[in-house]
Design a protein around this ligand. Sequence first.
Ligand SMILES: [Zn+2]
Length: 354
Amino acid sequence: MSEIDLQDHVDLVIAEVARAEHSRDLDAIESAHKAKNSPVLAARRALGAVTDEEQRRELGRRIQGCSDAITAAIAARREELSAIEREASLASDALDLTEVLSSAGSFPSRRGHAHVVSKTRASLEDVFVAMGFTIKEGPEVETDWYNFEALNLPPGHPARDMYDTMYLDLGEAETVLMRTHTSPMQIHLLEEAVADQSLPLHVAIPGRCYRLDTPDARHLPVFHQVEGLVVDKGITFGDLAGVIETFTAAYFGPDIHSRLRPAYFPFTEPSAEFEITCTICRGEGCRTCSKTGWIELGGCGMIDPAVFDAVGIDATEWSGFAFGFGIDRCAQMRHSIADMRALIENDLRFSRQF
Ligand SMILES: [Zn+2]
């Protein structure tokens, strides 16, 4: 290859480099330039045939100049391309945080909100706080002592059959369990109050409870209760009835009332089930309330002296009452939710209604 042909070759390569739109195009040009059969290397090999030393040296310098020109052009274009490529990749990775997808977008923006059970729990807490109660929470894993025995339900007591209990296998059988009601907190709080000499007590305890139930329209294996506990001097059954009625009207509305029916719970004496005006028919009588106009909401009663004994409180000096009812049941009644399973199915069409 003559010197002139070599210069043409350099011009062609440099033009090709300028046209390259991707660094991988440059890689191809560069490897062709370095290949054994490239015109530059061929010219260098041909130098051996030049006998005049001065001429050979001069030619050598020019060939090197051509080679350097190609190398420099590739390096300069590579730098330009990598800057362009970096910018493109940044642009494609960028998140536009101000973007609002229109109705044509795949994710219409919609503000979420608390679940209806959480909202119900919060409103119930508000009602009890307004009535002078303090809100407390307690453990969901309990020992048999707190869940049953201290509540006047000794081992083998037939009333234990009312609770289908989930036990935890932590060694000794049937000693540790998922609490079946919020009532164990009565014992924890009474023990604390005895230790701190902090009676009287006016506390409401909301929380999760567990029973081996198959979910159906009115039962869930994991459900929420709120427990009320009042211990003071001179507390009577009338106080209990008054608190239940005040709560019922405050939460369900002034046209919803409560009534108490005799019942049995081992940890209260006397005990009652409390019912409220049916929220579906407002007392007229319908299928939900079996035409009675009333719906059962929870249980209550005066604290049994045996419970006071278990924690070391003098039942002749102090008296009190406790009540408990389902938060899920409250939500169901207030919002006329026909099937309780809807609360745990996470169907957004349901959740968005509340
Ligand atoms: Zn009814």
